[in-house]
Design a protein around this ligand. Sequence first.
Ligand code: TEU
Length: 620
Amino acid sequence: MNGLYRENGWLGKEPWWKDATFYQVYPASFKDSNGDGWGDIPGLISKIDYLHQLGVDVVWLSPVFESPQADMGYDVSDYQKIYAPYGTVEDVDTLVEACHIRGMKLILDLVVNHTSIEHEWFKESRSSKTNPKRDWYIWKPARYDAEGQQIPPTNWRGYFAGPTWTWDEHTQEYYLHLYASEQPDLNWESEACREAIYENTMCFWLERGVDGFRIDTVNKYSKRTEYVDAPITNPNSPCQPAPEMWCNGPRIHEFIHEMRAKALEPYGAVSVGELSNTPHPSQVLPYVSAAAQELDMVFEFSMIRLGTGGMFGPKYIYVPFSLPQMKAIVAKWQTFIEGTDGWTTVFCENHDNGRAVSRFGDCSTPELWRASAKTLALWQATLTGTLFLYQGQEIGMTNMPDTWGIDEYKDVEGLNFYAEAQASGDQKTIEDTMHGLGILARDHSRIPFQWDDSPNAGFADEGVKTWMRVHDEYRNINAANQTAGQDSILNFYKRILRLRKKYKDLFVFGTFRLLQAEHKAIFAYVKESPSGTSNAHPQTNGHTVNGHGGKKRAAVVVLNFSKETQDCLDVRGVLGCDDEDVARLLVSTWHREDAKRLMLGKNASPPALKPWEGRVYVSF
Ligand code: TEU
């Protein structure tokens, strides 16, 4: 069993992936080694020591498979070939080896809700209604409205705006695609199709030493097979949001359990599923309960979706939110596994969202940018669950400048939403959508990594036309000028990733209790060691004996999410310090520790928190 369990006051032997630090690489934008302006696998290999020195245990590589790139590789046309600008299958073998010799691991991005329209399976399926692979995709006849006009089989709106059905003239039927029309959904109801998925897309890579997968759209494989219309919630559109028609469907747990049994378990492969549109813990736990033998963990998106106007129509109409709203969401997803055999993840960036320091921090001055990036780092590093970083987060990369126009945006999703706004003819909708894209667009996390202050930020050689524009600020924000600086964001990440490991009983496995829930500027919480002590001691006489009167070790995390000075809460009181107890300052984002700050003895109260200062105090 790989849940969080304790024997004799000890943390049981936990699976390696619970306290591992994962790092997502978006290959097109990480490092270009051959001067075509597009990142590649040899470029990533050349930077593997950078990741190792940061403290990365596992690299998650976004899709590099053969693809026409309708959705940046999330439209695969051959799962066993590599998109040539990224390199070759042998390059992946070299990357696996480069990770393993450093004690690191590599997981790939498994995209099997759909293939590319150019995949051989789809070509066969669309060739005729009698082709053996016809039912490997989802084909339906047309409907006709009251006026006799042909309409799609259902009124569903897809994730990229527009309908989820495209008409195929050759066989006179529609095919389903939750995303772009170039991404036809696979029919998981077909056992032959599922078997091919496990063998062709998973076992092939696991045989080559890959250590697991991030599983794309993991809860969407089991559609509700009645294929009925969704309720009309937007009378002004022919397409209606319908995630309930394909999320968490009737056979989803059967399918994922089978995927684990047939492909993951035999290789001891780790799995992290992308679980969107699933806001209730009671729906999430069945995916991550160890006993269920489905997924090891999932990404739940409530926090990272803050600011979006919902997942469908108004997604890019920005909706301001408060810190108490964010805190309530974090508390919900930090505590939902307590008392269960489930597990969770910690993340605040990925390739589908804007940059955290731009969305949740403060980039109004260089000082606040640095301070807020470090406090966000401290926030992430002290939360329970497996930690996932996204490329560039560790150096505080920011959103694209708000002076950049729509021509710098390349992502199919954002461009479709913008085109939909333009089609409305409503100027305010167009302006509001551009404003929302300026904060939330997936493009912000996809511009070239800023390695140094050389032209093209060291991502590509000088003079090379990069596939996306390099940020204007690359001379000030880059890895090279943060490598030496002790106060740099990069070095702070290195430091707190080590601390997270050293105090894993508190930060990785600890219980979470929110403090000052309604405070509009302070994000504070208590993390308590499940084992009762730092070095779990065997229990005797039924009580944990730890030299601290049996008190559980705890940490108080106090983060100032504002540019104003804020009073610090009563740390000693929260930790239940008796007169002779001392609360120890473990880390501050502002202060180089010194003796007087380190200890909070009797009657001592912590100094006020500077703007965007984060601190962690521990009981012992
Ligand atoms: O995204 C799945 C998805 O539905 C959303 O959670 C995602 O945020 C997207 O922006 C739709 O709003 C996954 C991948 O992460 C994404 O990059 C792909 O575009 C998508 O699947 C299709 O493969």
